[in-house]
Design a protein around this ligand. Structure first.
Ligand code: AMP
Ligand code: GLY
Length: 412
């Protein structure tokens, strides 16, 4: 009988995870998935772990939880208790991502290098801090989950006050708190490890393009593209990341007896003073996953099964390189247009298209959200992968869409 795997989530990351599993013969379900995936997988409409339990009352298949929201809501605990083999940390461990103030306090206690920050629950207090601040730019961060949109780098006092005015009108932000954080200079990398809470193994290092356009002051998004593997960290930096960041997190998980069988993602700023943590995520990144899955030569079914059982699988070196380009609908990230028609065009060897927000309607593709596709090119080098990715993107006919022209350019 074919092994069954259920991927929880609906985006490009989940399509890539499902694609990896299908290539090794698994029967893959995505819950809830999106209409763009239906050729490859079965969709399971599920807005609770109960729906998965109901669908598979006896089989207890492997479940991989992609996004942060179900992890923060404790799906991993519920499914594990029901006997499923789960990739994803417990609800308590997921606070490393779902509450930035918890992450900050862990980092302070374990002396993990991170930007200095103060937290407040009152707009008036932040108003005072903004007025008293002499150091610009500065960073404003919502403590709670905000789909990658709760962080603003503010370059001037006026900008900070404008953001404060906008956030003041949203009381839920203040229930979780807002961080006023020191700005760090350097380059960003996404370090992702699989871990059982004690041991860990690195995925190839990736880089995410978070800004909407190549302009470094353009708005933050959920991610407009990604590249891997990035071989730019020298041995000293890797050692610093292990010893000053990852080992202390393992110590924290051990000290608190937290169950962690999943991926830990450290968003790092590599500064002249070494690596600093910008954020922890308790899952794979999106769009990083779309460039990692195709280049890591493992049997993904065996890989995730081992992890679900607490065994950290070995990760062989990357085979080639991948560049992923996000195709977004006009208006993204604030108010993306939906219901726009597009065609995918002719296929191209060594490319993949992962759907994040699309569906077939009356024989035509249309988009259902802002980030619609991740188009991935593969190659021996980042340069080769990049050429294929852009060639494939150019074959897509999608009026009123946008993609960044510079993904991977620096590394080719
Ligand atoms: P986060 O969600 O915390 O990773 O923040 C989103 C993005 O904002 C990061 O990827 C950085 O580009 C930027 N950012 C966050 N914190 C800082 C910081 N302290 N200094 C400079 N840039 C930051
Ligand atoms: N690419 C960043 C994230 O998934 O949060």
């Amino acid at each position: 009988m074919r092994e069954i795997a259920v991927v929880v989530g609906a985006g490009g990351r989940e399509h890539a995870l499902a694609d990896g599993l299908s290539r090794y013969g698994a029967e893959v379900w995505v819950a809830p998935g999106n209409g763009g995936m239906v050729q490859d997988v079965k969709l399971l409409p599920a807005d609770s772990p109960g729906a998965i339990i109901q669908q598979f009352p006896d089989q207890h298949p492997l479940v991989i939880i992609g996004p942060e929201a179900p992890l923060a809501a404790g799906w991993a605990d519920t499914l594990r208790e029901a006997g499923f083999r789960v990739v994803g940390p417990s609800k308590k461990a997921a606070e490393l991502e779902s509450q930035k103030r918890v992450a900050k306090s862990v980092m302070t206690r374990y002396r993990i290098p991170t930007a200095e920050a103060r937290i407040t629950f009152r707009p008036e207090e932040l108003h005072q801090w903004i007025h008293a601040e002499a150091d610009w730019p500065h960073v404003m961060k919502q403590s709670g989950l905000a789909q990658g949109k709760g962080v603003r780098v503010v370059y001037t006092r006026e900008e900070a006050l404008a953001t404060l005015r906008e956030w003041t009108e949203r009381p839920h932000i203040w229930r979780e708190g807002v961080l006023w954080e020191e700005y760090l200079e350097g380059f960003e990398v996404s370090v992702q490890v699989v871990t059982n809470g004690r041991d860990y193994a690195w995925f190839p290092v990736a880089q995410d393009y978070k800004r909407l356009t190549p302009d470094p002051e353009s708005p933050n998004t959920g991610g407009m593209g990604a590249v891997a593997p990035l071989r730019i960290l020298d041995a000293t930096v890797v050692e610093a990341i292990n010893e000053r960041i990852l080992d202390p997190v393992m110590q924290y998980l051990t000290d608190e007896h937290l169950t962690y069988r999943g991926v830990l993602y450290a968003g790092l700023m590599i500064t002249s003073d070494g690596p600093y943590v910008l954020e922890f995520n308790v899952r794979l990144g999106d769009p990083e996953t779309q460039v990692i899955i195709p280049i890591v030569p493992v049997n993904w079914m065996d890989f995730w099964l081992a992890l679900s059982e607490g065994v950290v699988p070995q990760i062989p070196p990357a085979q080639g390189a991948a560049v992923g380009i996000v195709v977004a609908a006009s208006g993204y990230p604030d108010q993306p247009k939906t219901g726009l028609s597009f065609t995918l065009g002719e296929d191209l060897d060594q490319t993949r298209i992962f759907h994040a927000a699309s569906q077939m309607r009356e024989g035509r593709w249309e988009n259902t959200g802002g980030r619609v596709l991740t188009v991935v090119g593969l190659g021996n080098t980042i340069g080769e992968a990049r050429e294929r990715a852009y060639e494939r993107v150019r074959r897509i006919q999608f009026p009123l869409s946008y993609y960044r022209p510079d993904i991977g350019a620096r590394w080719s």
